[in-house]
Design a protein around this ligand. Structure first.
Ligand SMILES: [Fe+2]
Length: 289
């Protein structure tokens, strides 16, 4: 089945570009360039995050890669047949994203999705503050956790049209009588590239996650965030389902960025879907104001 292969890039519309430059560069150790708008690199991709000025302070678009133009066409035909609107991206948009070609779609909750082919690969960037480097490769940029207005519609869109597979579900009682399912989907060996939940989330994006190569780099990133007075949304902890050892900082746009290491890998031949009743084995304590 033609499918999305990885999370390629994210677009963030932010009201405070200066704060983002400092947060992404000095705290998270990413390679940041630009002034009025930022291009952020983590690896050998020419761009992984685009931060552009605006009042949204949320995810503006998520770019998912497919392997070939033929796959792009197949997915587009499948989405169109299912009633989704698919639009060819303008050549100047493709150039701005550093890809050969892209298509615009919208997920059922209104999140702009870009399906792209042919990202620009260049010399790996240097990340001296993260000496172990960011873990990307075939696992892509990382993962995103987004708001869903209708779980069944999100399932159909991401699994039936884009080719994601269910990894597992975390079922939580977030307040007495209110149980939510967070559905974790994979599209490569990364435990999840996307998760969604129908819940009282204030923004499209709950968080995005980047993964470093070792625990010391997670600890150092946490220290830099604390030293820069960046709010720590969730303390260090280890997730029950993907085993990620991580902490969550609050970005200048209000959503969180998870910085972790050691995420579990999925082998489709042997993986068995489970339901977990806890988010974390320990830690990840929410910040109390
Ligand atoms: Fe996460």
């Amino acid at each position: 089945m033609s499918e999305v292969t990885e999370l390629s890039y994210l677009g963030i519309e932010a009201s405070d570009i200066h704060a983002w430059r400092r947060f992404a560069g000095e705290c998270l150790g990413m390679d940041v360039t630009g002034d009025a708008a930022l291009t952020i690199r983590l690896d050998d991709h020419a761009s992984r995050l685009f931060v552009t000025p605006g009042e949204l302070d949320d995810l503006a678009f998520a770019g998912f890669e497919v392997a070939s133009e033929a796959d792009l066409e197949t997915i587009a035909a499948r989405a169109t047949a299912a009633g989704s609107s698919v639009e060819e991206g303008k050549p100047e948009t493709a150039r701005a994203r550093g890809v050969q070609r892209l298509l615009h779609l919208e997920d059922p909750s209104g999140l702009p999705i870009e399906l792209c082919v042919g990202p620009t690969i260049t010399k790996p960037c240097k990340t001296p503050l993260v000496p172990s480097g960011f873990v990307t490769g075939q696992g892509g940029l990382g993962h995103i956790v987004v708001r869903s207005l209708d779980s069944e519609a999100s399932d159909r869109f991401y699994c039936d049209l884009l080719g994601f597979r269910l990894t597992d579900v975390v079922r939580l009682e977030i307040k007495p009588g209110l149980v939510i399912d967070i559905r974790f989907l994979h599209t490569n060996h990364r435990h999840h590239t996307l998760a969604f939940a129908e819940g009282p989330l204030p923004k499209r994006l709950d968080h995005f996650m980047v993964e470093a190569g070792g625990v010391d780099d997670v600890g150092r990133a946490l220290e830099r965030c604390i030293d820069a007075d960046v709010p720590i949304a969730r303390s260090l902890g280890r997730h029950a389902n993907d085993g990620m050892f991580s902490f969550y900082s609050t970005s200048p746009s209000g959503f969180s960025v998870e910085f972790g290491t050691g995420g579990r890998l999925v082998d489709d031949d042997t993986w068995q879907v489970k339901t977990h009743d806890q988010m974390s084995l320990w830690g990840h304590r929410a910040r109390t104001a």
